[in-house]
Design a protein around this ligand. Sequence first.
Ligand SMILES: *Cc1c(COP(=O)(O)O)cnc(C)c1O
Length: 428
Amino acid sequence: MEIKAMYEQLGISRAVYEYGERVLRDLRPRFDAIDQMAEFNQGKVIAAMQKNRVNATHFAATTGYGYDDEGRANLERVYADVFHTEAALVRPQITCGTHALAVALSANLLPGDELLSPVGAPYDTLEEVIGIRQSQCSLREYGVTYAQAELTPDGAFDYDAIRAAINDRTKLITIQRSKGYATRPSFSVAQIGEVIAFCKQVKPDVKVMVDNCYGEFVEALEPSDLGADMVVGSLIKNPGGGLAPIGGYICGTRECVERCAYRLSAPGLGQEVGANLGLMPAFYQGLFLSPTVVAGALKGAVFAANIYEKLGFACVPGASEDRHDIIQAVTLGSPEGVIAFCQGIQAAAPVDSYVTPEPWAMPGYDSEVIMAAGCFVQGSSIELSADGPIRPPYAVYFQGGLTWYHAKLGILMSLQKLVEAGLVQLPE
Ligand SMILES: *Cc1c(COP(=O)(O)O)cnc(C)c1O
């Protein structure tokens, strides 16, 4: 069977397939660079596993309190070595990225302290953690205030505004690497390093946390290489490699990470408790696969930007721009466009391909959101997934793909649905 016939069987018309191949022809040098980055980061992960003498005993399950869990302790040493930090907390008891961030913030801020975001508004779900939107148990309820310095209109750091916002009470700085549901650019690790250096120059004892979600292994350095006191993320995104079924991580200084452990479990218990429930094989192997999985997702993102920008849709990052995370935003300009795109991603999935996603009022978000995900791990966004808040400018945020081939199929299928809905016309 010819590959075109295979795609036809999957629901991709010849015209859409051939348009995709034309776009792909020019992307080979970009893909080579992505492969080289994966090779570098694969080496980094293997070196950390070798240094910590990972062996089969580390894969054993523990239950109950989880005292003396050597597999868990060693995984945390491996993460600390990958991120070049003193310590790490990597746990299935951290339920998601928002939870990891909430633990890191609430562990390191006390009543009377101020949290500052020098990079504009944080991710939607953090608004309730911080108390920007009224919420029970927010930091605000505990007497922690919040300040924000906006980015300049072209998305750069506003150093004057940042300097002005740092005061006696500024205890922790939060920097979000990925754009999340915004159309600002994502920041490179080098840019994050600059803003960290600036803040620590203004106030040497200030601590910096980076929301590292979606950024892991996209570059050769991580924010912890450039002065971040904590980097925080979700294991059902990049570093779980698609195999971790739950979990989050916090890597950073021993001082910060210990406080996080006490906050996560209980004062006095800290890192000593927390059974691994048999998840160690998935956590170790997922981390091992992560650089390759991230490379596949990045190829998908670059392919999508090139497909859609050539059709006249605004893309962030742009088709030829460098990548600092695995997210691709495509502004489709209408609710129908967002819905057709997401329905295409869903239709291309290995799991739940027959269901039709619809917009819904998702907890933690302030507008309706449509989500497409046909995942082995529910809600995993290192697997091919797309989501779009139903609000102007009607942008869809697309990410993941455990393999490049699946990401490619998903993007072609999104285009197929837009063509079928009459929202796009392919060039001759
Ligand atoms: C996904 C994400 C989060 C929150 O993670 P969840 O696992 O969805 O709770 C926070 N910040 C950024 C930038 C993200 O992409």
